[in-house]
Design a protein around this ligand. Structure first.
Ligand code: CA
Ligand code: CA
Ligand code: CA
Length: 355
């Protein structure tokens, strides 16, 4: 305001007026207030190639590029693969993911890099036949694949912490009961060929919970570590985010509920910032939520049903910080009645928000 009180030339004043109008216009366009929280309009970060119709999970590679798993469930003829997105947003196909039997291939989901720079991958290949692989690349070529564990039913989210790998499995049908049981497995980076039974006989199964929501019997899915080293994991069907305190041996020694979002949200991938704010996608409602350290939650993005071409969330599934933005992958596959998405549609997209 002080600027306009100053004696300035007509050209300068006019320029400032244009700038002010532009600033107000862009603010209105990018941010609006809703439910007492700032809602943000996401932008389009990248249109993915045709061979990535169903993108899933992110990890940052040692060279700073972005790695994305593409299980490609939407197109039966398109083999699942892993891609690298370089800083100039060019895409390299790192190739399909080996299955357990020779000459077979699986669908990659949760991924994370270990301290050694190698890639750990959840691979889905039918019921009770998922595996956790360690994949070693040299100059974007896969040179070695090692099996950490196999026989897992639908491994979904994966994070590496210290010398261990934590993996969610949203359904454990071998554990009978009225409600679906889901769990978290812990393996060591040094483990090889651990056979998993998908029941309580597995010593690697460190946590289980049951999902109440009868509409969506699908449990533990996204996971992340906070700054204190607690393991945080979300139950997709119940919208509950658990905070698990771990012993040095990786056993669960404390459990509390960090937040309880609406059941219909469909919480999936999650990410902590350096202040321990948790960002979690709402897969079923095209949302992004922010949960502070005290557990206060606010919805910061809500996209309507979309094909994603303008950057709107199109069934968001995972998120990562890359180039000082939050990048969100859009699964854009399921069209169940409790979900906002009504069609799997081109373009296949990544969205972004300023961070
Ligand atoms: Ca997931
Ligand atoms: Ca789409
Ligand atoms: Ca869509």
């Amino acid at each position: 305001m002080i600027l306009f009180k100053k004696r300035t030339s007509p050209h300068v004043s006019l320029w400032m007026l244009v700038l002010a109008v532009f600033t107000i216009y862009s603010c209105n366009k990018k941010v609006n207030v809703s439910r007492g929280a700032e809602k943000v309009e996401p932008g389009l970060f990248l249109e993915l190639p045709d061979f990535c119709p169903t993108p899933d999970a992110f990890s940052i590679a040692p060279d700073g590029s972005l790695i994305l798993s593409c299980p490609n469930y939407a197109e039966k003829t398109v083999r699942g693969t892993i891609i690298k997105i370089r800083h100039d947003r060019s895409v390299i196909n790192l190739g399909p993911v080996p299955g357990i039997k020779p000459s077979t291939f699986g669908a990659p989901m949760g991924i994370d890099h270990g301290p050694d720079g190698e890639l750990y991958v959840c691979v889905n290949q039918g019921a009770d036949n998922g595996s956790i692989l360690k994949m070693t690349f040299k100059q974007d070529t896969l040179i070695k694949t090692e099996v950490i564990a196999h026989g897992i039913n639908g491994p979904n989210g994966l994070k590496v912490k210290g010398q261990a790998i934590y993996v969610t499995t949203p359904k454990l049908p071998k554990i009978k009961g009225e409600k679906n049981t889901s769990g978290i497995y812990r393996f060591l980076l040094s483990d090889r060929n651990v056979h998993v039974n998908n029941d309580f006989s597995d010593p690697n199964l460190i946590f289980t919970t049951q999902t109440d929501n009868p509409v969506r019997q699908f449990g533990l899915d996204g996971l992340a570590f906070d700054q204190e080293g607690n393991l945080v994991a979300g139950d997709f069907g119940d919208g509950i985010i658990y905070r698990l305190e771990l012993s040095e041996q990786g056993r669960v020694i404390g459990e509390k509920v960090l937040a309880d979002l609406p059941d219909s949200t469909g919480i999936d991938g999650m990410l902590f910032d350096s202040k321990d704010n948790l960002f979690v996608v709402g897969f079923s409602q095209n949302q992004l939520w922010k949960i502070d350290k005290k557990g206060n939650s606010s919805m910061i993005v809500q996209s309507p049903d979309t094909n994603g071409e303008k950057g709107g969330l199109d069934q968001p599934v995972d998120l990562v910080i890359f180039q000082e933005k939050i990048i969100i992958s859009n699964f854009d596959l399921m069209t169940d009645p409790d979900m906002v998405n009504t069609a799997h549609d081109k373009p296949y997209t990544l969205s972004y928000l300023y961070f």
